[in-house]
Ligand binder design. Structure first.
Ligand SMILES: *Cc1c(COP(=O)(O)O)cnc(C)c1O
Length: 226
């Protein structure tokens, strides 16, 4: 598995307006540096301790995206450096990110995660829940959060038509929320969907952020360290 060739091939194949997040969870710092040396600067991680360790050891111009379920009591550990939190899946988490970002005098870019998987296996808001949140709360209450768009994970399925339907659903959710609450806000423009197996379909359905792990780094081996 050659990380360099893999990442260059994906970069070449995707449109210019699509951001590639290299998902490096469980991968060594050496493999991350192989990707870094091709020019890749955006990396995604799922586990807080692993993210903190890698951020400490690796070049400071890497933009780290938290993409995994985030417990509120751990926001503090990443608030000083995280570039994006893509997995904002509860009101409690929104409140905590605001608090910790303010403490660090930062504005943290956030994507709202929606549970789009038809197999029901994922975290996230429903459209109704997040709409209700925005009706009850003016986003000016959260000056240290930049609401940048939406994120979703499809079902674990090889059925491309299921993935397509789920992605189409997330695009519709994005458009509804954008037009109702963020029409004037140019920051709210990201639709993060698509992973190694389905990013081409996701792009066809309007994704502009893809999160690709195994197609770059190879199969993940989970150890009990993580
Ligand atoms: C692990 C992970 C990915 C990458 O998955 P691959 O199938 O290896 O590309 C993308 N998004 C999230 C949220 C993940 O947890």
């Amino acid at each position: 598995m050659n990380v360099k060739d893999n990442i260059i091939a994906i970069q070449k194949a995707i449109p210019n307006n699509v951001t590639l997040v290299a998902v490096s969870k469980t991968m060594s710092e050496e493999l991350i540096m192989d990707a870094y040396n091709t020019g890749q600067r955006i990396f995604g991680e799922n586990y807080v301790q692993e993210l903190v360790d890698k951020q400490t050891n690796l070049p400071k111009d890497i933009q780290w995206h938290m993409i995994g379920h985030l417990q509120t009591n751990k926001v503090k550990q990443i608030a000083s450096f995280v570039e994006f939190i893509q997995s904002v899946d509860s009101e409690k988490l929104i409140e905590e990110i605001q608090k910790q970002a303010k403490n660090k005098n930062r504005i943290i870019n956030c994507l709202i995660e929606f549970s789009i998987a038809e197999d029901g296996s994922k975290f996230g808001f429903s459209e109704e829940e997040f709409t209700d949140f925005l009706i009850r709360n003016d986003i000016s209450k959260y000056p240290n959060i930049r609401f940048c768009g939406v994120m979703g994970m499809g079902s674990f399925s090889d059925d491309k038509e299921i993935s397509r339907r789920e992605f189409r659903n997330l695009k519709t959710i994005f458009s509804n929320i954008k037009s109702r609450f963020f029409a004037e806000d140019d920051n709210f423009n990201k639709i993060s969907m698509g992973m190694s197996n389905d990013y081409e379909i996701a792009i066809e359905e309007g994704s502009n952020v893809i999160r690709v792990g195994s197609k770059i780094f190879g199969k993940r081996i989970y150890t009990n360290k993580i």
